[in-house]
Design a protein around this ligand. Structure first.
Ligand code: NA7
Length: 540
């Protein structure tokens, strides 16, 4: 029985990031009554929230954009090779306007629970404000990076100055001029903030625990003739992206590091370094599987840091050590290391001098207190699973997703969870997730889910659920591939070690987007043999 005050729909989509936006469009196109629910005030997901100074995508704009509509890709023109947050958010708004997506979303609305009703065979989502929405299908497009994580440092609430979180940046301008600013965190977010704020703040104190690897972005404006060429070739580019391990246009190589003599290896790296962007990642094929190759590439990058940073002690502290290069999300920067040559920018090495507490006036390390007017937190996310476990999700027989995933996430293709019929995730934690282009993954996933729902309609099925054996087979494959990857060797959000008490492990699919897409296609081509279906009532 459905709840009397509930609104009834065909599909509930949670999230208005790029995954949720496409899901709403796709299911509406297929004639479904779709309702989207979004905590933010508008579309854009992580790009709606992340308005911090310097926020920018480090995937190329041509990659990090939708390919499902040629009309949209022809109508939109990117200005830079790597777009900044305002342009990406403008793009999300452009797509939402063009497809009239907002009429299907409830914004400023947070889901408190999503519960499967076995008898009524539908998902019942209750919002924090108490509204109830029901639909046979529920799509979780909650994003891998949407639950900000504060640092485990005592005293955060005592700080009397201005306090900002990168992931929930205010919509009003922030003034740094003449101020003593502190930042905690030097992942991709912290690096982007440092290179921006370091140039305008009175003084900037960077509290760095683990140094990250970062490569030169060498961003540039896109020229008109390049844009024209790109638009002419978009369809072919999108096809090749679907065959690429990263789901983007970045070239891949099959050349192992030691297949070249040392001088040629160095030339390859120098060229890639000068080119900028992700070219460097594509120099050699075995950087995440051969520790010796990885070590030599890491030495090359450490030498580059030393060549830029004037103060030898600062340079030394900035050099990542003790974990493989590329095992932590590599960043792309614009004169990040040069920022440390500015007289007002100070690196605080928290490995040598740990933070003890945050005080009313600033940050106290073992060596003493640093007084600040402003403190910025760039301390990351409860990633991959955080958003899916942030509200109460219950499947068949009231089983909680939190219980099922107590030891880490397990699902089928990252999209379906055994015991949770008709529930789907886009860019879920057991797919390629953060290891490939999230827009390419989201498009793949939404299309796959739409194909399955179409199949169910054609064959009179009410529910679809993955079998325990099929989920286990997928997870075995995920684990077997992870075994051989150096990604396991670093403590990062990729493996969950940044959140206290979270189960640690590499649960993303590291086989590459192209292989993932093939697995999805095989699963559908097989007549969905890994799923069990229950027929609709009139067919029962
Ligand atoms: P990350 O990459 O998880 O970085 C978080 C940073 O915050 C990292 O340098 C952490 O150091 C640091 N951190 C967290 N807690 C503390 C404490 N208690 N003390 C000092 N430093 C701390 O998050 P980002 O937002 O930068 O990037 C996330 C993704 O967004 C990125 O990979 C891209 O895909 C886009 P630690 O490593 O724990 O020593």
């Amino acid at each position: 029985m459905s709840t009397p005050q509930a609104t009834r729909h065909d599909v509930i989509v949670i999230g208005a990031g790029f995954g949720g936006m496409y899901a709403v469009h796709k299911f509406r196109e297929l004639g479904h009554d779709v309702v989207g629910i979004e905590a933010g005030g508008d579309v854009g997901g992580v790009w709606y929230w992340n308005r911090y100074p310097g926020a920018r995508c480090d995937l190329m704009s041509v990659d990090y954009s939708y390919g499902f509509s040629d009309e949209i890709q022809q109508a939109w023109t990117w200005s830079e090779q790597f777009a900044a947050q305002p342009e990406i958010l403008a793009y999300a708004n452009f797509v939402a306007d063009r497809l009239d997506l907002r009429r299907s979303f409830r914004f400023d609305t947070r889901v408190a629970s999503a519960i499967w009703d076995d008898d009524a065979r539908l998902w019942r989502a209750t919002t924090e404000a108490g509204a109830v929405l029901e639909a046979p299908f529920c799509i979780m497009s909650t994003g891998p990076l949407s639950i900000p994580k504060d640092p485990d440092i005592p005293g955060l609430d005592r700080f009397a100055g201005e306090l900002y979180r990168a992931q929930k940046w205010p919509h009003h301008p922030v003034d740094y001029a003449g101020k003593r600013v502190g930042i905690i965190g030097t992942g991709s977010t912290g690096i982007q903030i440092v290179q921006e704020v370091g140039r305008v703040a009175g003084e900037l104190f960077v509290f760095q625990r683990t140094p990250s690897w970062t490569l030169p972005m060498r961003n540039h404006d896109l020229e008109a003739d390049y844009i024209a060429e790109m638009k002419a070739h978009y369809p072919a580019m999108r096809r090749s992206m679907r065959m690429n391990p990263t789901g983007g246009t970045r070239p891949v190589t099959t050349r192992p590091f030691f297949s070249l003599p040392p001088s040629q290896r160095r030339d390859v790296m120098e060229h890639a370094w000068a080119d900028g962007g992700h070219t460097f990642l594509a120099c050699f094929s075995d950087l995440l599987s051969n520790p010796e190759a990885n070590d030599q590439v890491a030495d090359f990058v450490r030498d580059k840091i030393a060549a830029v940073v004037d103060d030898p002690a600062t340079a030394e502290a900035l050099k990542p050590r003790g974990y493989p290069i590329f095992a932590r999300r590599v960043c792309l920067d614009t004169e990040y290391y040069e920022t440390y040559n500015l007289p007002g920018v100070h690196l605080k090495d928290c490995l040598a001098d740990p933070i003890v507490e945050i005080t009313e006036k600033g940050v106290r390390t073992e060596a003493g207190e640093v007084e600040l007017d402003m403190l910025i937190l760039a301390t990351g996310y409860d990633a991959l699973t955080g958003a899916l476990l942030a509200f109460d999700v219950r499947g068949r027989g009231g089983r909680r997703l939190r219980d099922k995933w107590q030891g880490g996430p397990s699902s089928y293709l990252g999209m379906m969870v055994e015991g949770f019929p008709n529930m789907f995730a886009t860019s879920g934690p057991n797919g390629p997730a953060a290891l490939a282009n999230l827009i390419t993954i989201a498009e793949n996933d939404v299309d796959w889910i739409a194909g399955l729902i179409g199949h169910m309609q054609a064959t009179g099925q009410a529910t679809a659920e993955v079998t325990p054996a099929a989920e286990e087979r997928w997870m075995d494959e995920v684990r077997a591939l992870a075994e051989h990857s150096l990604v396991r060797k670093a403590k990062t959000w990729w493996v969950g070690s940044n959140v206290k008490g979270k189960p640690e492990g590499l649960t993303m699919y590291v086989g590459g987007f192209h292989k993932y897409r093939e697995a999805c296609e095989a699963a559908a081509g097989d007549g969905y043999a890994d799923l069990v279906f229950e027929p609709a009532m009139e067919h029962a």
